[in-house]
Design a protein around this ligand. Structure first.
Ligand code: C2E
Ligand code: CA
Ligand code: CA
Length: 760
């Protein structure tokens, strides 16, 4: 669910960021397009205006040249054109004043005079010697028309030239033709001008077939080309359009590409001889015009967009990383890096949608004491090693998690009991071998509960049930000595039902007084007298059924109800003592069992004090039995509590000493009044290693006495037991030998009477 939420959030983020990036890119593209189109617009306008300008300059030049020629023709018309020598001199003179390459005069018979710059004028030139282009100009002039020839290669000057021709009149009659040739380079200064398009372009002149007539030296295309169609620079479609336009003498805009760059151009007809101006925009003028700042703006905008995109991508990566961390935190155990219970439950539900399987819960025996014995660091390493081993052991689609402490859950796709057992035994065996506590040869022991399910209809409910069943199986495995792998079965099912009953009825039972005070006497071994009693709870249900504390205390410790129950029992003890006092009996001390939770409640000391005040009983008659496990967690705080309790008169007893990994350390550290040796101590003192066990017990008792702590032995069942505890120096005995726990009334009846009797 969390994963989905995070995924959804991430998806939203991605969509949002992509949207913004798309909008930014679109803005950028639109702006660029706008700039580039305005640039093109402007370029077109500029280039076309410039082309027009050059065109008119060329026309002007041509007109001026032919005007000069016409003036000369009028002048010649008034001369005697028959006198060739004289004519030749005149023409030479005229030619010197003009820039024409050659001037010639031909009469209607085709005889002519030729004046070439830097040469003697030639008399007797024949029209037939002229190049065909020249001839046709002469012909046209003789017919009374002025014209300009196409370009052609002049043999005389070995240059590409063209020829102007004008008729020479005598009155109304054409008497000859005056022609002048010039090489095309007269336009060069116009065309090669580096001023074209403010230096950002150049102009060629081409003929109507696209042949270069004048090629600007500024050209971007460096190759030697004959026509504008040569080379791969014009696209095929473009070529067609250009050809069509040239045919129609129309103006055309186009573009060609060279070395990966595109160049817009315009072909502007000059209006003479099919000549064209081929103006190319090299784009460099942009830098010098008002487009400079626009370009800067465009680049800046692009930069900003790129920066924003980078920032967003960075932000996205950050978000993704953060989400991944969040998932990691939400679904993983920070210590071992394994998945946690939350994730396990989810995956279990998912898995049960498709298949049946088994859930196993694993724990290490005596784990709480391992940390005490070997230190936190080593036990943490141990847990990591367990995780590694599990990882190697599971198959595809199987998974596991670490819950708290030493609790691991494992899902196996196995529904056959012996197959599950086989795999778990292999796994536990391997863990016992691999997961050693660093630097020690401490032999780890695991216990394990299993619950199985076939393919089910309701995966959610099945998952919940499996998790509850496996808990029961694990608890059973913990208590069992024979088998360390327990399967949830009918018996456990009954236990589960009982627990359900307990949880469902505990509040009502407390209200209705179903929890009864039972008392078990403690015998003073020195005097043989009654030394006190331990309060032990019994639950007598409305239906008359008796439920024993082992069946509900562990559950109440888990669900917290023990806080209320323990106080209730303490109150019952106070009430009992009050009753004895009121009845004139000599009251005995009552020990009450205190759970861990209650002991650490903030107002615990106050509530107990209020109780003894309420019943007006001396606090020294109440002994509080606490468990050794308490000392493992917070010895300082515990000692502080003990000190405060003792200051108010209560006695504090350490219960079940020797049942776990009791250490003498605890004994020395805690300022207790009484030590209760667990029945396990007694049992071991009778077992195979009795000599050793006795020795230890003896030392414990001796040490306790030195510390002014009285020693009580629990579970004294036989005379031999009593003999034994006497021999090691215990002060008090408690057990079936003296009495089973009995109801308060029975205790009153049996012991208090006796006591009063004995005392009176
Ligand atoms: P415990 O405090 O160690 O109490 C002694 C247990 O040993 C009692 O079991 C008692 O009936 C049993 N016992 C006494 N003499 C002998 C004997 O000679 N041989 C054997 N084998 N057992 C003997 P019980 O009453 O079933 O209580 C079990 C545990 O439940 C107690 O162990 C105590 O830890 C817990 N408990 C009982 N009443 C309360 C209570 O009011 N509050 C809390 N927090 N825990 C309680
Ligand atoms: Ca006890
Ligand atoms: Ca005990």
């Amino acid at each position: 669910m969390l994963e989905e939420r995070i995924q959804r959030r991430l998806r939203k983020g991605v969509i949002f960021i992509s949207g913004i990036i798309a909008v930014l890119l679109l803005c950028g593209v639109l702006f660029s397009a706008f700039l580039s189109s305005s640039r093109h617009e402007a370029a077109r306008g500029q280039i076309s205006a410039e082309a027009e300008e050059y065109r008119s300059r060329i026309i002007k030049q041509l007109k001026a040249d032919s005007q000069t020629l016409s003036t000369l023709a009028v002048f010649l018309g008034s001369e005697d054109t028959g006198e060739k020598q004289q004519l030749a001199e005149k023409m030479e003179e005229a030619n010197e004043q003009n820039d024409f390459l050659t001037m010639a005069y031909y009469d209607t018979d085709g005889n002519g005079v030729l004046a070439t710059q830097g040469m003697e004028p030639a008399v007797g030139a024949r029209l037939s010697d002229l190049a065909p282009e020249g001839r046709s100009v002469v012909k046209a002039a003789l017919e009374g028309r002025r014209s300009v020839s196409r370009l052609f290669q002049s043999e005389a000057s070995d240059q590409r030239v063209f020829v102007y021709g004008v008729p020479v009149y005598d009155g109304e009659n054409v008497i000859g033709a005056l022609v002048a040739s010039d090489h095309i380079e007269i336009f060069s200064d116009i065309l090669s001008g580096s001023t074209v398009l403010a230096g950002g372009g150049y102009i060629h002149m081409v003929g109507s077939e696209g042949k270069f007539l004048v090629r600007s030296p500024n050209t971007v295309v460096k190759e030697d080309l004959n026509t504008i169609f040569d080379g791969p620079y014009l696209a095929d479609a473009e070529k067609e359009e250009v050809r069509e336009a040239l045919k129609n003498q129309a103006e055309i805009f186009g573009k060609f590409s060279y070395e990966g760059k595109e160049y817009p151009f315009i072909l502007e007809p000059v209006g003479v001889n099919g000549w064209y101006l081929f103006c190319v925009d090299t784009g460099e003028w942009l830098g010098m015009t008002s487009f400079g700042p626009a370009r800067v703006l465009q680049i800046t905008l692009l930069g900003i967009i790129l920066l924003m995109i980078c920032m967003m991508l960075y932000g996205y990566r950050l978000l993704r990383g953060y989400n991944r961390e969040l998932l990691q935190m939400a679904y993983h155990d920070p210590l071992t890096g394994a998945e946690n219970l939350l994730r396990f439950r989810q995956r279990l539900t998912d898995a049960l949608h498709h298949t049946g399987g088994s859930v196993a819960a694993l724990s290490i025996r005596q784990f709480p004491f391992l940390a005490e014995l070997f230190g936190t660091e080593k036990t943490e390493q141990l847990l990591c090693r367990i995780r590694e081993t599990m990882e190697l052991h599971i198959r595809k689609d199987e998974f596991f998690c670490r819950d708290t402490e030493d609790r691991f859950y494992l899902f196996l796709q196995e529904t056959d009991r012996s197959a599950v057992r086989g795999r778990l035994e292999a796994l536990l065996g391997e863990m016992e071998r691999n997961a050693k506590i660093g630097g020690t040869d401490y032999q780890l022991a695991f216990y394990c509960g299993v619950a199985m399910s076939g393919v089910c209809d309701d995966p959610e409910e099945t998952a919940v049930n499996l998790m509850s069943h496996v808990q029961f199986a694990l608890d059973s495995a913990k208590g069992a000595h024979s088998s360390y792998i327990w399967f949830f079965d009918a018996e456990l099912h009954k236990k589960e039902e009982l627990e359900n009953y307990i949880e469902g009825h505990m509040h009502q039972a407390l209200r209705d007084g179903e929890f009864r005070l039972f008392l078990q006497p403690k015998k003073n071994l020195h005097s043989g007298m009654l030394d006190g009693a331990e309060a032990l709870v019994r639950w007598k249900t409305g239906a008359g059924k008796m439920i024993f504390p082992d069946q509900f205390i562990p559950l109440f410790e888990r669900n917290g109800f023990c806080v209320e129950l323990d106080l209730y029992m303490a109150e019952q003890a106070c009430r009992q003592i009050r009753a004895w006092i009121d009845e004139g009996k000599n009251p005995v001390a009552i020990s009450v069992n205190q759970s861990k939770r209650l002991f650490f409640e903030a107002d615990y000391v106050q509530r107990l004090t209020d109780l003894v005040k309420k019943y007006d009983v001396p606090a020294r008659l109440i002994t509080l039995e606490i468990l050794e496990g308490l000392a493992l967690e917070n010895a300082d705080e515990l000692n502080e509590k003990i000190r405060r309790l003792q200051a108010r008169g209560f006695r504090v007893s350490l219960d079940d000493f020797g049942s776990g990994y009791s250490s003498l350390n605890t004994l020395v550290r805690l300022k207790i009044d009484e030590l209760k040796l667990d029945r396990g101590f007694l049992l071991s003192a009778q077992g195979a290693e009795q000599a050793r066990a006795r020795l230890i017990m003896k030392h414990v008792a001796a040490m306790a006495q030195q510390l002014n702590i009285s020693v009580v032995a629990e579970g004294v069942e036989t005379e031999a037991d009593e003999q034994m505890i006497r021999s090691i120096g215990c002060d008090t005995g408690q057990g079936y030998l003296y009495s089973r726990p009995v109801s308060a009334a029975e205790f009153d009846e049996k012991y208090m009477r006796e006591e009063s009797a004995r005392r009176t």
